[in-house]
Design a protein around this ligand. Structure first.
Ligand SMILES: [Zn+2]
Ligand SMILES: [Zn+2]
Length: 504
């Protein structure tokens, strides 16, 4: 971030943090897409859009909103974010923080939790990565079997009450080395809620810790039920004309599931994301205590060792952050002198290999394969936390009276989060929209959409006085953008993909 003259503040992409991946995508994505096409395959639209949006994410030259602090008059430009879920580690990191904070503030009741992690055998990974319906089925069966175990492990539930579980499941599509490895992290209340239909608040009853044998029994039941589902699906596929998924992604997913090459690489100067390091340090003692609570049956691996006490909300939020982590950690990507790309793996391999080493084309393929298909939910709420559960309202925490991170000692206006959307129409200023049309009612929808693309927490806190800023204008048209940025001496260059005909 840099001050762009006067007290106008410019919030944009951090070039140091995102530089390497951004540069690699600019240099190689177009060639990668062309190469796919020459091979008779094409990338689906959602993948191409993901990479396009990533290049424009956080770049002022691609449009921004203008915020002003009603308290001190501080002015700020906030570039639009892509808000995509695959490649962009900047949006992924913000989503992680916001998701974890929201879970702790608004969703998770104050009870003890246990993390159940289910990894899948090789032959299931590709189908699950491809097919959101199958992923749904695995997630549902997994929750139901853990709940069944909790029901018999939690003694003393009030009689006559339904014993319901509570869980949030995070889908992680990738392992720690850019390898395609869809698996489930399920944060489960470590017990059951006794739920009645008379409107009374559900009562929580804690369960004893599971043993390895309990984990094996849960896996066995999951496998049994998935086999039934699999047989039904195979039967359906045979009766309908078996439709082969041929959108070019199948080969990429197979490649991204492959082992690839590893080597020892010296990446002095590269660094881990500071928040990731802090979370890992804080969670380490929880992992130590849990040592060994893991079981494996027929390639399914179940780990249930990490648990958090009911009053340790700080550890709970860190655990949520860990589970909501984005697939790509851009700080681990290094460009090697020979043009190849190295990705530092989470845990070093045998023979001391520290990095996955890839050609730029393999790196593009792995990035493309990790983009989640549209409409696939990456976070699910289950049991009493399910959106349609009649007991949800009674168990989730009350909304906080104040904002989570209040701006103290500031002349804060009586603003609500929806203030910018409802109370104000965009005021187009001299520096504003190029065509100068008056905003119409339908522009409110546009206004809301634009607001959604700037991240609330960062964008609305006044760097001058700590008060809450208001969005007062949006610039989305080239002429207006250029006029403002040139006035401020900020680059107006829009990042572009390098075509192969552009030469080296
Ligand atoms: Zn982004
Ligand atoms: Zn201010």
């Amino acid at each position: 971030m840099a001050d762009g003259g006067g007290h106008l503040h410019v919030g944009a992409r951090d070039p140091v943090r995102d530089g390497v991946v951004h540069q690699l995508v600019r240099d190689h994505f177009a060639a990668f897409a062309e190469q796919m096409q020459e091979g008779g395959r094409s990338l689906p639209r959602y993948v191409i859009e993901e990479f396009d949006a990533f290049l424009r994410c956080g770049v002022l030259a691609c449009g921004f909103m203008r915020a002003r602090c009603p308290g001190c008059g501080h002015d700020r430009l906030v570039a639009f974010s892509c808000k995509h879920r695959g490649v962009c580690s900047s949006c992924g990191g913000r989503r992680m923080s916001e998701t974890a904070a929201r879970q702790c503030d608004r969703v998770l009741p104050a009870v003890p939790y246990r993390q159940w992690v289910l990894s899948l055998p090789w032959e299931l990974r590709l189908p699950v990565a491809r097919d959101p319906a199958l992923l749904n089925a695995v997630s549902r069966v997994f929750f139901e079997e853990v709940r069944a175990w909790l029901r018999q492990a939690a003694a003393g539930t009030p009689t006559g009450a339904r014993r319901e579980g509570a869980a949030v499941t995070y889908v992680q599509r990738f392992g720690g080395s850019l390898n395609l490895n869809p698996h489930l992290h399920m944060l489960v209340a470590d017990g059951v809620f006794g739920c009645r239909d008379d409107g009374s608040t559900p009562v929580f009853v804690a369960a004893a810790a599971p043993t390895r044998d309990d984990l094996r029994a849960v896996i066995a039941r999951v496998i049994e039920r998935l086999q039934i589902i699999e047989r039904r699906r195979a039967h359906r596929a045979a009766s309908e004309s078996c439709e082969v998924n041929d959108d070019g992604m199948e080969g990429l997913r197979r490649a991204a599931g492959g082992r690839g090459a590893f080597a020892r690489v010296d990446d002095r100067g590269a660094r881990d994301d500071a928040s990731e390091a802090a979370d890992a340090r804080a969670l380490a003692p929880l992992r130590m205590r849990s040592h060994g609570l893991v079981a494996e049956v027929d390639g399914f691996n179940l780990h249930a060792g990490v648990c958090v006490a009911g009053d340790d909300r700080d550890a709970l939020e860190r655990l949520c952050r860990y589970m909501a982590r984005p697939a790509v950690a851009s700080g681990r990507v290094t460009r090697l002198p020979d043009g190849n790309v190295a990705y530092r793996v989470k845990s070093p391999r045998s023979a001391g290999a520290t990095h996955r080493v890839m050609t730029p084309m393999e790196f593009m393929a792995r990035l493309a394969a990790l983009v989640p298909p549209p409409r696939s939910a990456l976070v699910r709420y289950q049991g009493v936390l399910a959106p349609n559960s009649p007991w949800r309202v009674a168990v989730v925490p009350l909304p906080p009276v104040e904002e989570r991170r209040p701006c103290v000692a500031a002349p804060v206006p009586p603003a609500t989060p929806s203030d910018g959307v409802n109370a104000r129409r965009p005021q187009i200023e001299a520096t504003g929209d190029s065509d100068g049309r008056a905003p119409t009612p339908s522009s409110r929808i546009e206004w809301a959409r634009l607001l959604w693309r700037v991240w609330g927490v960062d964008a609305l806190k006044c760097p001058g006085c700590g008060g809450r800023m208001r969005m007062i204008a949006a610039l989305t048209e080239r002429a207006g953008i250029v006029r403002v940025l040139e006035h401020l001496g900020v680059s107006t260059e829009v990042p572009r993909m390098r075509r192969s005909r552009d030469g080296p």
